[in-house]
Design a protein around this ligand. Structure first.
Ligand SMILES: Cc1cc2nc3c(=O)[nH]c(=O)nc-3n(C[C@H](O)[C@H](O)[C@H](O)COP(=O)(O)OP(=O)(O)OC[C@H]3O[C@@H](n4cnc5c(N)ncnc54)[C@H](O)[C@@H]3O)c2cc1C
Ligand SMILES: NC(=O)c1ccc[n+]([C@@H]2O[C@H](COP(=O)([O-])OP(=O)(O)OC[C@H]3O[C@@H](n4cnc5c(N)ncnc54)[C@H](OP(=O)(O)O)[C@@H]3O)[C@@H](O)[C@H]2O)c1
Length: 455
């Protein structure tokens, strides 16, 4: 490891959600000077119900679906009196405590969004803030989240502009009072659709769950343990691990078609997991009626592709999210149809001083992965890690894209998928390789222009 600090290495972190604060901690621990800008008046991003940033998708009854031990940071356990799947208020409180425990708060500028980030010819980032200020940085860590820009059905369903009831995206949903006494159609088979259909089923007159594709529904518990606490060793081939979990799911819950839902045309692990301990139960109580995809809307009716029609007051589109970076010029960095090519989901192969934290969709929780990404970037900025050459990064990205295309159902949902344990395992391996590369060259720090010199 290198022994001396290279002096001020000014970095900017965009966002103080769970990813941004983990990255901020890694920078602080390494003595790398940085500013973290946060649009909101507090940390926690998506986990702050009614967040002043207007970007949170949290609803009043949101609970995590990745268990507490999976979600907590490696060196900051959640309180032992938390349940296995805490409420969003507990999760938001945990992030607040994390920030105070590690002295991060003073490095975060609240109520200050990054409006624009441009890379100058000398390599520095010119960061324009909402308050009109412009600052220069050597490195930019992007942690703006990817579950805040709603993706509505594309294209819109025929007749949707004539629908006489309420149409909304899951992102706008706050609580079940919206459904009270109403006839509700929930579209989608991801986790938002599961939660909202279940919530609706307790208060609505009728609840329909419309599915374009079948999914394997993973229960929250198997053998009395949170399902993500079952042993999952990345050294065991995925096919074997998959066969095991598939059997467990079938043994535990049967197959979705037994409940009137479409039978998945893919195997478990080929789509982002849909986790619900309650949906099958509510269907079996007759409180939710499964339907295939919506075909069209007209006045107060919704027709489905099987030719059936229901009258409805509310249609909720739980149709996922877009990855967007409003502060980058589109020709610099963007993610059309959620595609963005990054080395191990963090390093840009052509721009050496921009890094993406938490921009992944794990089978498992985001936080420990964002934490590992933050320390990885921190090591790089100090010279303790050297990335492979561009050609090797591109080859790695290509191999990853091919593996993802081979494994996952083709969809805008499946562009940044990772397996939690495998990702951490592979990242540790890459970091060891990069440390050897750095050592062989005498730990060269990445050469970015100096913000101080140019300012
Ligand atoms: C309903 C729902 C439930 C979920 N449940 C789970 C779960 O159980 N487990 C799990 O692991 N994941 C879950 N997720 C995924 C979720 O994305 C992560 O839990 C987590 O919020 C990711 O943190 P983040 O910091 O990357 O993004 P966010 O939480 O979205 O935080 C991003 C932060 O960046 C700030 N920001 C954005 N743009 C700017 C800007 N231009 N300038 C300054 N600041 C900016 C925002 O204000 C925000 O504070 C869920 C997602 C949704 C939508
Ligand atoms: N309790 C929790 O912790 C919780 C709750 C909610 C969400 N989340 C998380 O939040 C993230 C987003 O989840 P999400 O459920 O909002 O989105 P998502 O996982 O992207 O699921 C979107 C769903 O909408 C369907 N869909 C998309 N476009 C459609 C169209 N035009 N017509 C019909 N169906 C369409 C998709 O079907 P296809 O498969 O056919 O594309 C898919 O079933 C995930 O990470 C999820 O785990 C967690």
């Amino acid at each position: 490891m290198s022994t001396e600090s290279l002096g001020p290495k000014r970095a900017c972190v965009i966002g103080a959600g769970s990813s941004g604060i983990a990255a901020a901690k890694a920078l602080l621990e390494r003595g790398i000077s940085f500013d973290c800008f946060e649009k909101s008046d507090r940390v926690g991003g998506n986990w702050v119900f009614g967040n002043t940033n207007g970007m949170s998708a949290a609803y009043r009854e949101l609970f995590i679906n990745t268990s507490r031990p999976r979600m907590e940071y490696s060196d900051f356990p959640m309180p032992s009196d938390y349940p296995d799947f805490p409420h969003h208020t507990q999760i938001a409180a945990y992030f607040e405590k994390y920030v105070d425990r590690f002295g991060l708060r003073e490095h975060i500028t609240f109520n200050t969004g990054v409006e624009h980030a441009a890379r100058r010819d000398d390599g520095l980032w010119e960061v324009q803030l909402e308050n009109g200020e412009t600052r220069l940085y050597e490195a930019l860590l992007v942690a703006n989240g990817h579950h805040w820009d709603p993706r509505w059905p594309e294209p819109a369903f025929p007749g949707s502009d004539s629908f006489s009831g309420t149409q909304l995206h899951a992102h706008e949903y706050t609580d079940s009072s919206l459904f009270s006494g109403k006839r509700v159609v929930v579209l989608g088979m991801g986790n938002s659709a599961m939660d909202l259909a279940v919530e609706s089923s307790y208060v609505a007159r009728e609840t329909y769950l419309a599915a374009r594709s079948g999914v394997w529904i993973v229960p929250k518990y198997i053998f009395g343990k949170p399902v993500d606490q079952l042993r999952n060793d990345p050294r065991i081939p995925f096919a074997i691990r998959r066969a095991f979990i598939e059997r467990l799911i079938r043994f535990n819950a049967g197959t979705p078609d037994q409940f009137g839902l479409p039978r998945p045309t893919h195997r478990f692990g080929e789509a982002h997991p849909t986790i619900s301990g309650r949906i099958l139960d509510r269907i079996q109580h007759g409180a939710i009626t499964p339907k295939p995809n919506i075909a069209s809307l007209d006045g107060d009716s919704v027709s489905f592709v099987d030719g059936t029609t229901v009258e409805a007051d509310v249609v909720v589109y739980c149709t996922g999210y877009k990855i967007t970076f409003p502060f980058f010029d589109e020709d610099l960095i963007n993610a059309p149809d959620n595609h963005i090519e990054l080395f191990r989901r963090v390093f840009h192969p052509d721009i050496p001083n921009v890094f993406f934290i938490g921009l992944l969709q794990p089978l498992g929780a985001v936080m420990p992965l964002a934490e590992a990404q933050g320390t990885w970037v921190g090591d790089y900025l100090l010279g303790d890690y050297l990335p492979p050459a561009r050609a090797q990064m591109l080859a790695d990205i290509e191999a990853d894209q091919q593996a993802m295309a081979k494994r996952y159902v083709t969809s805008k949902r499946h562009t940044i998928q990772v397996d939690f344990d495998d990702y951490l395992f592979d990242l540790a391996k890459e970091r060891r390789a990069g440390e050897i590369r750095a050592r062989q060259l005498g730990y060269p720090a990445p050469q970015f222009a100096s913000a101080a010199a140019v300012a």
